[in-house]
Write a protein of this length. Structure first.
Length: 294
């Protein structure tokens, strides 16, 4: 009898985490290879040493994650992943939605942490049409205004930056007439916006609460977990306002460690759920223990 074929891929990039009565499903959109040169004002050899000490890949690999919220009456997507913006190793979110039985037309709401291309690329197709035909798009008012501003495009120094701005504008156009901008409070029952400016002007987390349980989906507070937990002062070249991003990261890390608040992030190692604790140098991330039942 022939033996089974040796697997060549991991299990599906889907993981569930219950927050009271709300189920949060992490969807891995893929990974991309970065470099320590993405860090701003932080020594690359030190970053490499930190990765070596924690058995992380060199060059560093960054996860891209999205989240699906199953509330009592709505299906809510938090960020849209890369779509076709960054090649075949990314843009896998759509497949994982199908794997959990969700079609694009089933999504009621899309919440955005911000409008960088790896967060909105999966929201529009190659023709610039909305992938989620019935979904309301919700984002911070300042975020929408920034990407729509002609001064933002005029100040773009590279073709890559210009392309990112055009993609953000295409996304806003695709969801025109069903976009809601807010600055505080609930976007829907149990899900509130938490402004985290710096990475982008309107960068925001989404606080999911049900009963006594809460989870902060914090967006891009951390890109390189092997560096930025122990060294919150390490910024990213992607930060639009690096001087503001650093105190924002410190504030959020302090808050979630103090409040023992569960967190998830778009660039934390999949499946992303866990807690932040203080340690002698900076902070550390403690992954949620896997369990067979949701």
């Amino acid at each position: 009898m022939p033996k089974p074929h040796r697997p060549t891929v991991q299990a599906p990039g889907v993981h569930h985490f219950a927050v009271g009565d709300i189920l949060v499903t992490a969807l891995n959109d893929g990974m991309f290879e970065g470099s320590f040169g993405l860090l701003a004002a932080f020594d690359a050899p030190t970053a490499e040493r930190l990765h070596q000490e924690t058995f992380r890949a060199i060059p560093p690999k960054l996860a891209v994650n999205c989240f699906l919220l199953w509330t009592a009456d709505r299906l809510v997507l938090v960020d849209g992943g890369c779509g076709n913006a960054f090649g075949s190793q990314l843009g896998r979110m759509a497949g994982w939605l199908r794997a959990v039985g969700v079609a694009p037309a089933d999504i009621d709401t899309v919440l955005l942490t911000h409008m960088h291309a790896d967060h909105v690329g999966g929201l529009v197709d190659t023709a610039g049409a909305a992938v989620f035909p019935h979904a309301e798009l919700v984002l911070h008012e300042v975020e929408a205004a920034f990407w729509s501003d002609e001064a933002t495009l005029a100040g773009a120094a590279t073709e890559s930056e210009q392309s990112s701005i055009r993609r953000a504008r295409t996304t806003l156009a695709a969801y025109d007439g069903r976009t809601r901008r807010l600055t505080r409070g609930e976007a829907l029952a149990g899900v509130s916006i938490l402004p985290e400016p710096g990475h982008t002007p309107g960068h925001s987390g989404w606080l999911v609460s049900s009963g006594a349980a809460s989870l902060l989906i914090w967006g891009d507070i951390v890109h390189l977990p092997g560096v930025q937990f122990t060294h919150p002062e390490a910024g990213m070249t992607y930060d639009i306002d690096g001087a503001q991003a650093i105190p924002t990261r410190r504030r959020v890390l302090d808050m979630v460690a103090t409040d023992r608040l569960a967190v998830a992030g778009m660039h934390l190692d999949f499946p992303t759920f866990g807690h932040v604790v203080r340690q002698a140098e900076g902070y550390a991330f403690v992954p949620e223990v896997w369990r067979p039942d949701i």
